[in-house]
Design a protein around this ligand. Structure first.
Ligand code: GA4
Length: 332
């Protein structure tokens, strides 16, 4: 179903997607304490069953999180004409409602940044004319801390799956040429939502993340939903003090399907705005995405054709958000 909307921070009239409210709140999301001696097996278990888990005791200082959140809100509260100066997202920069370049829309505005500091500084200069240094340092200190935690998480994945060497995954994220990005998503409240006779408004449509791993932090507004193995959608209770970790397509391939790239989406709220910040850890463009040899059992064959991250990205950017992107790389 599509509706026209003319109000809210996403100001111009446009077509917005809705869906039936079928998902219930799920209290079974696995919770992993990063300092738990059992963390490696709990992570592998969670990533095989859900491709998703909540991380606590993560070591990222709350101060970095709130500082960046404040700066992000300062930006999203600017007049539309000022925000538009930081767009369009090509793919980096400010975007409003349009996601990617193949006609996907959502009730969302966002900033997409490269995690390479030089590129970040170029864009943030346009974004934060008045005081680019404050935003730049807030982004950099946050990303640095989140990356460090993400390296640890993928090393625990390697330990849990007995992958050798244990930096087989983390070295890809640590690489200077790692093709990683960072996204700030703002979902303004949509007051018209109540008039939609019980339907839900899609903030960010269903998709899987193409990269190795995604690390998400959001404020306390709900909206995130994940798709379980049996294809039912469930709502993830928000927790602003924790991080949520997603397995991406590349990690599914590198583990030959042992870990599952999770389909997820975000619904908008009628009263509360949602702010999320996501680090997408990807490999260098030239990296071959193949199952890690040390993980393969004797005689086990790859479920996927060989491809480089650059080839996968090119094909992903030609796709629509909800497409099953790994499909064309599966062996028949
Ligand atoms: C989904 C994960 C990340 O947000 C992202 C998205 C990207 C974009 O917004 O430009 C894509 C989407 C994401 C997958 C398919 C293509 C590309 C929009 C889209 C329709 C930054 C990414 O890497 O892939």
């Amino acid at each position: 179903m599509v509706v026209h909307s003319q109000s809210g921070a996403l100001d111009h009239s446009s077509l917005i997607k809705t869906c039936k409210p079928t998902a219930g709140v799920f209290n079974g999301i696995p919770v992993v304490n990063l300092r738990d001696p059992e963390a490696k097996s709990l992570i592998v278990q969670a990533c095989s069953e859900y491709g998703f888990f909540k991380l606590v005791n993560h070591g990222v200082p709350m101060e970095f999180i709130t500082k960046l959140e404040t700066e992000a809100l300062r930006f999203f509260n600017l007049p539309q004409s000022d925000k538009d100066k930081a767009g369009p997202p090509d793919p980096f920069g400010y975007g409003c409602k349009m996601i990617g370049s193949n006609g996907d829309v959502g009730w969302v505005e966002y900033l997409l940044l490269n995690t390479n500091p030089q590129i970040t500084s170029h864009k943030t200069h346009t974004v934060f004319r008045e005081n680019p240094e404050i935003f730049r340092s807030a982004v950099n200190e946050y990303i640095q801390a989140v990356k460090r935690m993400a390296f640890e998480v993928v090393e625990l994945v390697a330990d849990g799956l007995k992958i050798e060497p244990r930096d087989a995954l983390s070295r890809l994220l640590r690489d200077d040429k790692s093709d990683s990005c960072f996204r700030l998503n703002h979902y303004p409240p949509c007051p018209e939502l109540q008039a939609l006779s019980g339907r839900n408004l899609i903030g960010f449509g269903e998709h899987t993340d193409p990269q190795i791993i995604s690390v998400l932090r959001s404020n306390n507004t709900s909206g995130l939903q994940i798709c379980l193995k049996d294809k039912t959608w469930v709502s993830v209770p928000p927790d602003q003090t924790s991080f949520f970790i997603n397995v991406g397509d590349a990690l599914q391939v590198m583990t030959n399907g042992r870990l599952r790239s999770v389909r997820h989406r975000v619904l908008a709220d009628s009263k509360n705005s949602r702010l999320s910040m996501i680090y997408f850890g990807g490999p260098p463009l030239s990296e071959k995405i193949v199952p890690l040899p040390s993980l393969m059992a004797e005689g086990e064959e790859s479920l996927y054709k060989e491809f480089t991250w650059s080839e996968y990205k090119t094909s992903a950017y030609k796709s629509k958000l909800a497409d099953y992107r790994l499909g064309m790389f599966e062996k028949v």
